[in-house]
Design a protein around this ligand. Structure first.
Ligand SMILES: Cc1cc2nc3c(=O)[nH]c(=O)nc-3n(C[C@H](O)[C@H](O)[C@H](O)COP(=O)(O)OP(=O)(O)OC[C@H]3O[C@@H](n4cnc5c(N)ncnc54)[C@H](O)[C@@H]3O)c2cc1C
Ligand code: SF4
Length: 592
C-alpha cells in the first residue's frame, strides 16, 4: 500500500514554527530574472521561433490555442518565486506545478519548438518583460487569456505596454453566453447545465429530452460506503531524475511552505496523466455515482477521479474527459453524475467568477469589500512565522473579494482555528480530513463541503480567510474555482448569487455518509457538539434565513426549539468556538 493510502501521514501536518522568522524564500539567485537557455544557443532558438507564446503555469498544453495552430511558435515558461510564495502554498502544489511545467518544456522541445524558461525571484510580470527584451521579440508575446482573475489583473500592465497580448482561452467547453446575464435571484447550476447539455448535444435525444428521462440522477447518488466494492488505489509513478530534482528543490527552496511532498503520486508527463485518467475510467467511474457523497477513513479518495489538479493546469482537457466518460458502458447515474461535475459545476463556477470579477461586483444585497493583500489562510498566526505579502505582490494584485452575507447576519468574524493547520480539535471528522489534506493537498468534494466548509461556517469563520486556506492547502485551487466553491457555495457569503442556501449540517449527516463517528470521543445525537452548533448557527442567522424557501422546513424546526434549547445550543457553540480558536481540543467534559 502506498503512503497515499490512509495511515502514514502523521508527519505530513504543517510544522508549527516557534520562532518568528523571515518567511520570504531564501533564494540562492541574486538576479531578479535569469534565463536557463544557454547564451550560445539563444540566437539559434530565436531564429527558430515564428512567434513567442507564454504558457502560464495553468496552461501546459500544446493541443489548443496559439501553440496548436503554430507549430513553429516558441514557448516561454515562467518559474517565479514571488508567485509561488505569494501565499504559503502546500509544497505538494509547488511540486505538481514544477514537475509538470518542466515536463511540458521537454515536450515542447521534443516537438521542435524553441523554449525559454525564465526563472527568478521576480514576479511573473517582470520575468515576462525581461524575456520579451532578451528574446528581442518583435511583436507582443501571445498568451491565452488567464482563467484566474488575479493573473489577468497582474498581467494587465504588460498588455497595456504591448509586451503581451491575450487571445481567447480555448480550454473550456462553454462560453459566457451559456451563463447569460444574472437572472433575478441569481444563477443556478442546474439551469446552466441543461442549456449546455442541449447546446452541446450531450446525453439528449433528437427532441432535446435528457437520456433516462431526467437531467440529473443526483438523488440516486447518495449511498454510504461500507467497504464494498473495494476502493481503488491510485497509481504511483516511478522515481525519475526529474522527480528527485523537484522533490529536493521544493524541500530546500520552499522549505518555509507547509505540507508534505510526495512526488511519486504526481503525474508529470502526459503519459502519466493519461495513466491516472485511465485508472479513473476503469476503477472509479463504474462506482462514481452511488458513492459520490460518501466519506471514509479507510479511503480518502473513494471513487473520485483525482483529476482536478491536472485538469486545472490543462494536462488533460475537459472535452477529453467528457468524451471518454460518455463512451463508457457504465450505469447512467455514474455517467451523468460525472459529466455534470465537469460541464456543469466546473464550467458554471468559472463563468460566475468571471461575470462577477471574482465576486467583486454584481452581488446584489451581498456586497462586500476587497482584501488589500493576498491572505495566508491564518498560516502566520498558526505558525508564528510572518508571511506578509503586503507591498511585495505586483500592481493589480489584491487579496480577493470579501462578500458579506455572513457579516450582515452578524457572523463571519471568527479567525480560522489552528485545527485547520493540524492542531487536534477532538472532532474526529475534522481532524481526519485535515490530516489528509496536509498529506495530499487534496480531498474529495464532500469532505471539503460537509466537513471543512460546514465546520468553518458553523463557527462563523471569516469566509475570506477560509477561502485563502483552501487556496493554499489544495493543489487544484485557482481563484476561479476556489472562490466560487468557498465564498459562493460552502459559506453562502455571496448570498444567492450562485446557490440557494448555506451548506450546513449536524452530526446526523456526517454519521450517515461516513465512518468518522466510529471511534470519535463524541456520540452523534448525544454528546457530539456539531448538531447543537448547527441549531445555534441557524438561530443566529434566523433573520437572514427565515424567508429562504429552501430553508423553510428547517427554519420551522428552529422556531420550535425552546428558549432553553436555544440557550444550550449557543452555549455549546460558544465553548467549541472558544476552544478551537485558541487551538485547544474539545472534550466531552468541556461541554458539560
Ligand atoms: C469548499 C470547496 C472548495 C473547492 N475548491 C476547489 C478547488 O480549489 N479546485 C477545484 O478544482 N475544485 C474545487 N472544489 C470542487 C471539488 O471538490 C473538486 O473539484 C473535486 O473534489 C476534485 O477532485 P476529483 O478530481 O476527484 O473530482 P471528481 O469527484 O472526480 O469530479 C470530477 C471533476 O468535476 C469537477 N468538479 C466537481 N465539482 C466541482 C465544483 N464544485 N467546482 C468545480 N469543479 C468541480 C472537477 O474538475 C473534478 O475533477 C471545491 C469544492 C468545495 C466544496
Ligand atoms: S461524533 Fe461528531 S465530532 Fe465526532 S466524527 Fe461524528 S460528527 Fe464528527
Amino acid at each position: 500500500m502506498h503512503p497515499r493510502s490512509v495511515g502514514r501521514e502523521a508527519t505530513a501536518m504543517p510544522r508549527k514554527q516557534t520562532k518568528a522568522a523571515d518567511a520570504r524564500p531564501k533564494d540562492r539567485r541574486a538576479s531578479p530574472a535569469k534565463s536557463v537557455a544557454a547564451r550560445g544557443a539563444r540566437a539559434a532558438v530565436q531564429a527558430r521561433a515564428s512567434a513567442w507564446v507564454l504558457a502560464l503555469p495553468d496552461q501546459l498544453t500544446q493541443d489548443i490555442g496559439p501553440l496548436a495552430r503554430d507549430r513553429h511558435a516558441g514557448v516561454i515558461l515562467v518559474e517565479s518565486d514571488e508567485w509561488m510564495s505569494r501565499r504559503p502554498y502546500h509544497r505538494q502544489r509547488l511540486a505538481l506545478l514544477l514537475l509538470n511545467a518542466r515536463e511540458f518544456a521537454e515536450e515542447c522541445r521534443a516537438a521542435g519548438r524553441a523554449v525559454h524558461c525564465a526563472q527568478g525571484r521576480a514576479s511573473i510580470v517582470d520575468l515576462v518583460r525581461s524575456a520579451h527584451r532578451e528574446l528581442g521579440a518583435e511583436g507582443p508575446i501571445v498568451c491565452m487569456q488567464p482563467a484566474e482573475h488575479e493573473m489577468r489583473a497582474e498581467l494587465a500592465p504588460l498588455v497595456k505596454e504591448g509586451v503581451l497580448s491575450f487571445v481567447a482561452h480555448e480550454g473550456w467547453m462553454t462560453t459566457a453566453d451559456d451563463l447569460g446575464p444574472m437572472p433575478k435571484g441569481g444563477w443556478r447550476m442546474d439551469a446552466f447545465y441543461r442549456r449546455v447539455r442541449k447546446r452541446l448535444d450531450i446525453m439528449v435525444d433528437d427532441a432535446g429530452r435528457p437520456e433516462g428521462g431526467a437531467w440529473s440522477f443526483d438523488a440516486e447518488n447518495r449511498e454510504r460506503w461500507d467497504g464494498v466494492p473495494a476502493a481503488p488505489e491510485p497509481p504511483v509513478f516511478a522515481m525519475t531524475a526529474r522527480r528527485t530534482e523537484v522533490e529536493r528543490e521544493v524541500n530546500e527552496r520552499f522549505s518555509h511552505h507547509p505540507g508534505a511532498v510526495d512526488v511519486q503520486v504526481l503525474p508529470a508527463t502526459l503519459r502519466e496523466t493519461h495513466q491516472l485518467w485511465s485508472w479513473a475510467l476503469r476503477a472509479c467511474l463504474p462506482h462514481f455515482g452511488p458513492f459520490e457523497d460518501a466519506m471514509s477513513t479507510r479511503s480518502r479518495g473513494l471513487f473520485h477521479s483525482r483529476i482536478s489538479p491536472l485538469l486545472n493546469v490543462m494536462r488533460i482537457l475537459p472535452r477529453r474527459l467528457v468524451d471518454d466518460v460518455l463512451a463508457l458502458d457504465i450505469p447512467l447515474a455514474c455517467r451523468e453524475g460525472f459529466v455534470r461535475q465537469v460541464i456543469g459545476w466546473r464550467e458554471f463556477v468559472r463563468h460566475v467568477h468571471d461575470a462577477t470579477q471574482g465576486f467583486r461586483t454584481g452581488l446584489g444585497a451581498a456586497t462586500g469589500t476587497v482584501a488589500k493583500a493576498p491572505g495566508d489562510g491564518g498560516f502566520a498566526r498558526w505558525s508564528g512565522k510572518g508571511w506578509t505579502t503586503a507591498g511585495s505582490a505586483p500592481a493589480g494584485v489584491d487579496g480577493g473579494a470579501r462578500p458579506s452575507w455572513a457579516a450582515r447576519a452578524g457572523g463571519g468574524a471568527t479567525p480560522l482555528p489552528p485545527a485547520f493547520w493540524g492542531a487536534p480539535s477532538g472532532l474526529r471528522c475534522l481532524d481526519q480530513v485535515v490530516e489528509g489534506v496536509w498529506a495530499e493537498a487534496w480531498s474529495h468534494h464532500i469532505t471539503r463541503l460537509m466537513v471543512l466548509g460546514n465546520l468553518a461556517t458553523l463557527l462563523d469563520v471569516d469566509p475570506r480567510e477560509l477561502t485563502d486556506w483552501f487556496w493554499v492547502a489544495y493543489m487544484d485551487a485557482w481563484d476561479w474555482v476556489v472562490e466560487p466553491n468557498v465564498l459562493g457555495m460552502a459559506t453562502y457569503s455571496a448570498g444567492e448569487v450562485m446557490t440557494t442556501k448555506p451548506y450546513v449540517c449536524g452530526s446526523a449527516y456526517i454519521r450517515k455518509m461516513g465512518d468518522f463517528c466510529d471511534g470519535c470521543r463524541f456520540t452523534p445525537g448525544t454528546t457530539c457538539p456539531i448538531t447543537p452548533m448547527y441549531w445555534a448557527f441557524l438561530g443566529r442567522h434566523e433573520a437572514s434565513l427565515r424567508d429562504n424557501p429552501r430553508m423553510s422546513l428547517v427554519m420551522g424546526s428552529v422556531r420550535k426549539r425552546s428558549a432553553d434549547q436555544r440557550r444550550d445550543d449557543q452555549r455549546v457553540a460558544s465553548i467549541v468556538c472558544e476552544l478551537l480558536v485558541h487551538g485547544k481540543p474539545v472534550t466531552v467534559e468541556s461541554l458539560r
